[in-house]
Design a binder for this molecule. Structure first.
Ligand SMILES: [Fe+2]
Length: 315
């Protein structure tokens, strides 16, 4: 007897925020506010919360820790009732939430739940978080987070989990190396990268337009910071990119103009991994050894960052 496919646990609306763990908490908070263009909305001894110009209370939570990496990914769900239903559907799949469902005891509030994905990452679903008024979009600063790329040792298992359990759809593959998944019209809010271990590859911040994107690069240049890879435009997703490393050694990206998917007409394809398709403008060149090392990261759960050599590459 075959069972009908189980529905995903919820309909995710967007990647709401990302929590990063950092032993360099003060430097990281300064970087994301003074340089990157976010704004601290709340700060205490062990954590800070930073917003973009969008309506999310915060896009980024930095948490003081003795290891580096991803703390959690938070996704928006429409209603508390959907959170409760998600909890029931998780339980039916044998996954017990580690928090909730219920009011979240955290800055930014909300009603939600948290559970671990197939690789042990902490995932939060939330509804009714505190609303903040969107800011004007004139400044060349991020609107908010728009995607995270995650390293995984089993890309097929990770994609299957995010597709079947979280209800994401696969927009494109980059050979059998990367998979791009969406939860709304943006081409991707999550991408997986086949890798030796589970870690964070990078977090991308949305700039309102390619003009904001370029002016943002100019603003960073005034801080003496130039891209470690970029500027350029990717083939899959068609988004612009420029990658940097934050004081923790985690990779952050300015991006804009990601492809918009029209459901039912979009055809998922497998892109070849060629220089012309990863850098369609031809402006970025290949990624350096340094940025590739930072994108590989250290395995989640490592107690400390790896020792770095003179060039900042993990030894
Ligand atoms: Fe990216």
């Amino acid at each position: 007897m075959t069972h009908p496919p189980r529905p995903p646990i919820a309909r995710l609306r967007a990647l709401r925020s990302v929590e990063l763990l950092t032993p360099h908490f003060a430097e990281a908070t300064d970087f994301y506010e003074e340089v990157w263009g976010l704004e601290v909305v709340e700060a205490e001894h062990s954590a800070s919360w930073l917003r973009g110009t969008g309506e999310e209370h915060h896009a980024l939570q930095l948490t003081r820790a003795d290891r580096i990496g991803l703390g959690r990914l938070a996704f928006a769900v429409a209603t508390p009732a959907e959170i409760d239903e998600a909890a029931r559907r998780l339980q039916a799949r044998g996954i017990t939430p580690v928090t909730g469902p219920g009011p979240l005891d955290q800055v930014g509030g909300g009603y939600g739940l948290r559970f671990h994905d197939i690789d042990g990452r902490l995932i939060e679903l939330s509804a009714e978080t505190w609303a903040v008024a969107a800011r004007g979009r004139d400044a060349a600063v991020p609107v908010g987070v728009t995607h995270a790329v995650l390293n995984t040792p089993d890309i097929d298992a990770s994609v299957a989990f995010y597709r079947d359990v979280l209800g994401m759809r696969v927009s494109d593959w980059s050979e059998h190396q990367m998979a791009f998944l969406r939860c709304n019209t943006d081409h991707h809010c999550i991408a997986f990268n086949q890798a030796p271990w589970v870690s964070l590859n990078h977090v991308a911040y949305e700039m309102s337009s390619v003009d904001h994107f370029m002016r943002g690069l100019g603003r960073l240049r005034h801080h003496g910071i130039t891209p470690q890879w970029g500027p350029g435009r990717h083939g899959p997703g068609n988004n612009t990119f420029s990658y940097f490393t934050d004081p923790t050694g985690l990779v952050c990206e300015y991006t804009s103009e990601v492809a918009q998917v029209v459901e039912d007409t979009w055809i998922c394809k497998v892109w070849r991994r060629t220089p012309e398709l990863s850098d369609v403008w031809g402006t970025a060149g290949p990624p350096s050894k340094l940025i590739r090392a930072h994108m590989a990261g250290t395995p989640d759960g490592s107690p400390v960052a790896w020792p770095l050599d003179a060039e900042g590459v993990p030894a």
